[in-house]
Design a protein around this ligand. Structure first.
Ligand code: GLV
Ligand code: MG
Length: 346
C-alpha cells in the first residue's frame, strides 16, 4: 500500500495536485446521451440547463460501428456547449476493449479542461483505478489540464463488489461509484432479464394460520449491494449512486427504486430517458417536510449537543447530525435549483 504522505502527490510531473476534498456539487441525475446522434448533440445545450450532469456514453448501448463517431461526437459537444455549473462526464469503454485507450487519449487532449469525471465501467479491483489514475495524470501533464479529472467506477461485476472497499480507497481521484445492475446481474448469474429494479419472484412468504391466505412481500434485489457500496463510499468520503433503471414504462417502480437508494445514502442515479430527469430531481432533493423538521432540530440544539423533545420525539447529538445531512443537502440543492429554494424557503 502507498504511504499516506505519497497518496496526494501528483502521479506525473506537471499534473495538477490531486484534490483532498471532493468539490461540493449537486448530482441528482447523471443524464446519459448518445453522442453519435447528431440530433441529440444539438439539444445538449438545452439539456445542460435542466440536469445536474450530462454524460456522453461511449460504452454499452453504442453499436460497435458507431464507437468512433460517439467519441468524436462527444468531443464536438464538449467543445461547442457551455456547461456552466452542470457537470460534463464521459463513460469510456472498458479497459479490455479496443477503444478505451483512444477514448481517454483523444478526449483529454481535446477537452480535458472541460471534463469533470471519467466513468469507468466493469471495475474489478483497485488495479483498474490505479491504471486509469496514472494515465490521466500523464495526459493532464501533457495537455496542461489544471484541474484533476475525477474517476467514477461502475460496480457491475461480482469481483468489483467483493473489492468495493479497495476500489473506493484506490485514489484521491475517486469521485464515487454507481451500481450497474444489468452487468452485475449477468456477472453473478442472477436469473433476471432486467436493467435494475425488483423482480416479482424475489419475495418472502408470510406465515399464516392453517388454511389462511399467505401474504407475499417482494424484496429489493439490490439492497445488499447498495448497502455495501454506500458504506465503502461513505467510509472513503466519496459518493454512491444508483445506476440505470431500464423500464421506462414503469415510472412508479423507477421512483421507488431511486428512493430506496436515496434513503440509504445515495446521492443520485442515472437518467437514461428524459422522463427520469424529473423523477431523479424529486427523489434526490430532500423532502420539504423533512427539511423543515430537520431545521427545527438544528434550531433547537444550536451547538448540536444535549437532548430535546420535538413533537414527542427525542433529539440528541445523533439526530442533530442526521438533520445536518438533510439541511446541508437542501442548501446545496436550493443553490442550484430555484424551484427547490422556494419550496424549502431557503
Ligand atoms: C450499467 O452499466 C449496468 O450494467 O447496469
Ligand atoms: Mg454495464
Amino acid at each position: 500500500m502507498k504511504l499516506p504522505r505519497k497518496f496526494f502527490e501528483p502521479l506525473a510531473i506537471g499534473a495538477p495536485a490531486p484534490l483532498r476534498e471532493l468539490p461540493v456539487r449537486v448530482e441528482r441525475m447523471i443524464h446519459f446521451v448518445p453522442p453519435h446522434n447528431e440530433k441529440v448533440r444539438g439539444r445538449v445545450g438545452d439539456l445542460a440547463r435542466q440536469v445536474d450532469v450530462v454524460l456522453g456514453n461511449l460504452e454499452d448501448a453504442v453499436p460497435v460501428e458507431a464507437k468512433e463517431a460517439a467519441r468524436s461526437g462527444f468531443i464536438e459537444m464538449g467543445r461547442a456547449v457551455d456547461f456552466g455549473s452542470t457537470g460534463l462526464w464521459v463513460r469510456i469503454n472498458a479497459l479490455n476493449s479496443p477503444w478505451m485507450l483512444d477514448d481517454v487519449m483523444q478526449i483529454v487532449a481535446a477537452i480535458g479542461s472541460k471534463l469533470d469525471v471519467v466513468m469507468l465501467p466493469k471495475v474489478e479491483g483497485s488495479w483498474d483505478i490505479h491504471y486509469l489514475d496514472q494515465l490521466l495524470a500523464q495526459l493532464e501533464a501533457r495537455h496542461q489540464v489544471k484541474k484533476p479529472i475525477l474517476i467514477h467506477a461502475i460496480l457491475e461485476t461480482a469481483e468489483g463488489v467483493k473489492n468495493v472497499d479497495a476500489i473506493a480507497a484506490a485514489s484521491p481521484r475517486m469521485h464515487g461509484m454507481s451500481l450497474g445492475p444489468a452487468d452485475l446481474a449477468a456477472s453473478r448469474a442472477m436469473k433476471t432479464t432486467r436493467v435494475g429494479g425488483g423482480h416479482p419472484d424475489y419475495k418472502v412468504l408470510a406465515d399464516a394460520a392453517p388454511g389462511a391466505e399467505r401474504a407475499a412481500f417482494q424484496q429489493d434485489l439490490w439492497h445488499y449491494t447498495v448497502a455495501k457500496m454506500v458504506d465503502a463510499c461513505a467510509a472513503n468520503g466519496i459518493k454512491p449512486f444508483y445506476g440505470p433503471f431500464g423500464d421506462f414504462s414503469d415510472p412508479a417502480a423507477c421512483e421507488a427504486q431511486f428512493r430506496n437508494a436515496f434513503l440509504m445514502g445515495c446521492a443520485g442515479a442515472w437518467s437514461l430517458h428524459p422522463s427520469q430527469i424529473d423523477i431523479a430531481k424529486r427523489v434526490f432533493s430532500p423532502d420539504a417536510v423533512e427539511v423543515a423538521f430537520a431545521r427545527r432540530i438544528l434550531d433547537a440544539m444550536p451547538d448540536g449537543s444535549g437532548a430535546v423533545m420535538i413533537d414527542g420525539k427525542m433529539q440528541d447529538d445523533a439526530t442533530w447530525k442526521q438533520a445536518k445531512v438533510i439541511v446541508d443537502l437542501a442548501r446545496q440543492v436550493a443553490a442550484r435549483d430555484a424551484d427547490f429554494a422556494k419550496l424549502y424557503g431557503l
